[in-house]
Write a protein that binds this ligand. Structure first.
Ligand code: FE2
Length: 240
């Protein structure tokens, strides 16, 4: 089964990811050659970047271009929401909480990189009460998760954690690499994703990262993180 990527900045000219359609096509080709068959591009949902409507329009344009070129990468709707706090709770009943896939049961969200998040478990709990499961993007790069036991608490509260695979090969520095390996060993990640922002060098570093993930997680867990669980999330089903 082809792999599924639920965190990447594939759409052109909507955020700090791909700048042009040429970038987008190059990134899509790299993903397909690495074994991906589905991607849910996740433009940043922040005031300084494109609106939901513009992002949806770009998604349609990219779908049409990939079809025209015969690139077999199915695309779904998604966003990287900003960020996991009280304000997100107020957005939940509105289209401004931009969910994963048509099922809309999951929401990809960033935690702050350099500030603490004492309300972490409370916000997760309140989101779950409203029927939405947060997928916390790259916790290995966020200050709050440097606190011992905090990642496990987030999972126990009902959140899913998403590994940025590049962390395993040191793309985000030693502390993030160390945390990523630890969370992986502890079985805390539900999915892995590329968080690709540019096609430059993508095939090489994503390929290396996938190898590192397979080596550390083992074949069965690798399949769950890269295929099964992201596929279930897109369908709005519980993860394995
Ligand atoms: Fe991202």
């Amino acid at each position: 089964m082809p792999m599924v990527d639920l965190h990447l900045h594939l759409l052109p000219d909507v955020d700090d990811g791909c700048k042009t359609m040429d970038d987008t096509v190059a990134m899509a080709r790299a993903l397909v050659s690495l074994g991906f068959g589905t991607a849910a591009p996740s433009p940043h949902n922040r005031p300084e970047y494109a609106s939901r409507d513009v992002a949806l329009q770009r998604l349609d344009e990219v779908r049409a271009e990939l079809a025209r070129l015969g690139i077999p990468l199915a695309l779904d709707v998604n966003s990287e929401n900003f960020f996991l706090d009280e304000s997100l709770l107020t957005k939940l009943p509105t289209p401004e909480s931009r969910r994963v896939g048509a099922a809309g049961k999951y929401l990809l969200v960033e935690a702050p990189y350099t500030s603490p998040l004492p309300q972490l478990t409370d916000v997760i709990f309140r989101m779950k009460l409203k029927g939405v499961t947060p997928i916390i993007a790259h916790p290995e790069r966020c200050l709050e998760f440097e606190r011992k036991g905090r990642a496990a608490e987030a999972v126990q509260s009902g959140a899913l954690l998403q590994l940025d695979i590049g962390a395993l090969i040191g793309r985000y520095g030693k502390p993030a690499q160390k945390l990523a390996k630890q969370f992986l060993d502890d079985g805390l990640y539900a999915i892995s994703a590329t968080d690709l922002h540019s096609p430059v060098g993508a095939e090489q570093w994503v390929g290396e990262s996938l190898k590192a993930l397979q080596k550390q997680a083992g074949g069965q867990r690798f399949t769950a993180l890269t295929e099964t669980n992201p596929g279930l999330i897109l369908k709005g089903l519980p993860v394995a």
